[in-house]
Write a protein that binds this ligand. Sequence first.
Ligand code: GDG
Length: 454
Amino acid sequence: MGRMIAISNRTASDPKARAGGLAVAVWEALKSSGGMWVGWSGKLVNETPRGVEVFRDDGVEFVLTDLTHNEYEQYYLQYANRVLWPIFHYRVDLASFDHKAFAGYAQVNQRIAQIVGDRAEPGDAVWVHDYHYLLMADCLRKVGWKGPIGFFLHIPFPAPEVFRAIPEHEWITRAMCAYDVIGFQSEQDRQNFIRHLIEDNGGEDLGDGRIRAFDRTVKVAAYPIGIDAEGFEAAGDTEEASIAAEKIGRFLGNRSLVIGVDRMDYSKGLPERFEAVGQLFDDHPELHGKVSVTQIAPPSRSKVEEYRELREQLDQLAGRINGDYGDLDWIPLRYLARSYTREELAGLFRVARVGLVTPLRDGMNLVCKEFVMAQTEEDPGVLILSEFAGAAEQLQSALIVNPYDRERVAETIYTALTMPVEERRERWQQLRQTVMEYDIGWWRNSYLHDLEAV
Ligand code: GDG
């Protein structure tokens, strides 16, 4: 195969952005093929024409474009983040539809396609990432690109009944069928999409993952994304990790730590989690002063109203819970609206007795896999995982919960806190094996294997 051309909203053009799972995987795939990475520069300009910035780093060619303020508003803030994100996470109530936003979204997809079309050569393969670029294959075909195009969706694909709430759903589905390979995080997502093709669009199942719809044949499969498992394990052994562990240790004394780390997003179930923590201290007065729950939640998308409202809701809830249960020498729920480095997180995970990962919906969720890799055999912590995270299909040895069931989540935290070390070890070993086997390298290879077969 020739070069790999990756397209994503943001690229890892800044070496500091190459720490996350996706960025590492795509970066490695591009480096080995002398590939190209196309996306938004992160800069906003007032008028067209705006520039295309091209530079090379370590054999990878970055092609970045600025967006106008108007494009940013329609494509990114409105359509991607206020239509697709909420709907794909089953939050029809939070979606706000607007035909103008879709036009802006389609326009940016077309503009990026033009940039790629001008540069792609026979033999190259295109790999498109995430919900920002659902229409990309169709746009690329329009500019004459005939080579293979793969798509990977990092977030869930909803049940067809929910997807159909999007006014432009037909257009989107038809455009998606211009891809050769469509990858999802979970079996559930894959089934939702196939059901939508067959039941709503007259598609036909051809077997071995191939579906015929809109006069095209598309391969549809699940490729659960993993983490750089060894890398994260090693992050827990760094000095930065020990310093963070020591620092929180001074605050904890001999209390047990329950930890959560999530981008501040309504899909992550944070208010529900806080309520469950309140319930835990209500049901178990014997835990007062003995357990500290720490939630790290770096704010995100603060330009979107629903995210600002979430912030206010969390501030209030944390205040109430600490007001109700706290004491002179004890803060039951610590909530830190800021980010920490990957090494610091690894250090904090290692100290924690319980990892709380309770999203209401999540494509995969990488935090739960990182939590597993940060534990040690001697004294492993317990993972509590939402049944609505894609990762739940793989990590059945975690304590699986329904994040809406406050009383049950509270009781599960109690179970985790009192679990004997033998059981903790057994569960952790199973989890660790899965996270190691299905790591980020496995994900990249299995996806690219199918794309190359096109
Ligand atoms: C999307 C999908 C899917 C978090 N806080 C800090 C920090 N993080 C890191 C975590 C983890 C990453 O960010 C978050 O990944 P998640 O998978 O948990 O969630 P999303 O951001 O919503 O990602 C998701 C993923 O794409 C990949 O396909 O799994 O379902 O929604 O790596 O550790 N990192 C640092 N400081 C923080 O404070 N450095």
